[in-house]
Design a protein around this ligand. Sequence first.
Ligand code: ADP
Length: 484
Amino acid sequence: PLAALKDPSLLKTDALVNGEWVAGSSRFDVTDPATGAKLADVPRLGAAETEAAIAAANAAWPAWRAKTAKERAAILMKWHALMIENADDLARIMTAEQGKPLTEARGEVVYGASFIEWFAEEAKRVYGETIPTTDPNKRFVILKQAIGVCAAITPWNFPIAMITRKVAPALAAGCPVVIKPAEQTPLSALACAELALRAGLPAGVLNIVTGDADSSIEIGGVLCASDTVRHLSFTGSTEVGRILMKQCAPTIKKMSLELGGNAPFIVFDDADIDSAVEGAMISKYRNAGQTCVCANRLYVQDKVYDQFVEKLAAKVAAIRVGNGFEAGVSQGPLIDEGAFAKVESHVADALAKGARLVTGGQRIGERFYTPTVLADVTAEMLCATEETFGPVAPIFRFSTEAEVVAAANATEFGLASYFYSRDIGRIFRVGEALEYGMVGINTGLISVAEVPFGGVKQSGLGREGSHHGIDDYVEVKYLCISDI
Ligand code: ADP
């Protein structure tokens, strides 16, 4: 699939340290999840190269932070323009290594690039403040300064967007970055880095350290333990988030964490049912259900339950599953065997405990899973408490607002949530009562660069995107000026 790139030089297969492409002494394979075929091999780096990348970033920091915000913004704007110009190639690389359908991949390129544009604009608005004095002889001035070398560890489900929404605010604020992309999807990261260099980003300001599943642990250990690294941003599982937090404790490192979710999707009986079905399709089946904001538990009120199940199942049964490069395909492969294990165990457990299989429920060949709808799901089933991360919609029945809000909040997660209602009072009541960082109301699609993305409870720390998204990359400094 990569032979068709318009610009083959975007296919970078070496890591990036201090502006140099580094081959490493050992390599690992990147494969196409739709076919299992090898796409390329990339460096399997470890502790020494990670230390080198941190040192390069630290050396590049003074000159980068000394640039005016406008100068940094100009480079980011150029990077953004190059991402858009090369969107077709970036999408091909992404579909090849991640599996999502090509149109979805192209959508992610544009979405991912939008963070670069947004934070290029925000770079110029990192305002400090002055505080009215309490002493006529003193003045209080507040500065916001770049925090220093930042590290980012990112997942495979959004190979570009999860990088740009960390890297763009860091660069905008004047910080250099070391990225450890997911072992499944390093090629997207490397292609973006090549475009950043073409945009004029100085050597050492952006470094990419690649590693396989094992060496990623070693790389992560070095990034967490480093005194030089002042901030670690991670998107991935809550389990790994906990490990990283522990490893960052000795250096009291600032952290941003975007962890797991267990999103409720509630349909009240006053909802527009067709719109709710559309929203469920987008929120549940996008990226084959492999996003942290995917609807994980669908709660539908008594009166509209049967109607909703029937309408959703009809649409779900029509989803075309296959290789993301084929026209008309809207669901690609699952990422790996671990993903199948989770999906299959959740479906088997639900069926064993009395759920009804409405559609799907089967593995197709080695790499694909049929989009699935389960009805009569109850709180005792695994899919009620764990994130399925696959194309399975378990539908619960409820009767009262109080009951469904309690059920929706009965989880340690608190990332995205969704509900459908046309009642303005209910919209405010439920919107305020859901213990989630984000609430989609009458929509299944909530993420854009302009708004704060993030979770409460064990779904994470901090917010990405929006004007808040730069806060984690600056330190607040207080100057107390006396003898005026
Ligand atoms: P997923 O289930 O989406 O693969 P993970 O949390 O396992 O989520 O992985 C997300 C990212 O974290 C990947 O880049 C992976 O390589 C990295 N990772 C996994 N385990 C560790 C670890 N112990 N230390 C550092 N990075 C890790």
